[in-house]
Write a protein of this length. Sequence first.
Length: 205
Amino acid sequence: MAKGILGRKLGMSQVFDPETGVMTAVTVIEAGPCPVVQVKVAEADGYDAVQLAFEPVAERKLSKPEIGHLQKAGVGPHRHVVEIRGHIGLSVGEIVTVEAFEPGEQVKVSGVTVGKGFQGTIKRHGFTRGPVSHGSHNIRKPGSIGASATPSRVRKGMRMSGRMGGNRVTQRGLVVQEVDLERNLLLIKGSVPGPASGLVEIRAA
């Protein structure tokens, strides 16, 4: 059975094992509580999924359709409503907390990566620079991007300069290090996509 929760990445920290003295780098995520807004089933909707709300906000910050959708489920205004695929076994109105996860459990975390703006081919694609000596003008240039007469155009998918980062990425194979029920915190071993304060989805691997 699938399970998931929404959270906000607070940053990175480290945890020490008092017995072995081993230091583990962890990402601290403030996850939930997430009320269930809607449950979709394959018979009626064509697929199984559950909609979770996260981060309460003032009602004036939402549109009327958003407020109505949340009120139908008996849920107050929330900034984010995200759908998680799979049969989760929850009903509308239930609240998902970090209690759903336990230390040692494998998870996958999805988020939007840090945007890096317009970058050249060396940073964006790992190209090698040209020679620096003997008057070379090809130090950080991309090189040839296609033939002349045929096909008389630049082919699609050519690795060139452009916007880098700001993409949705899913990091797999992560492990829950600790669960703090009082403060709604998940400590996940290693790094997860996105900047500090970025929205992330934590799902069972």
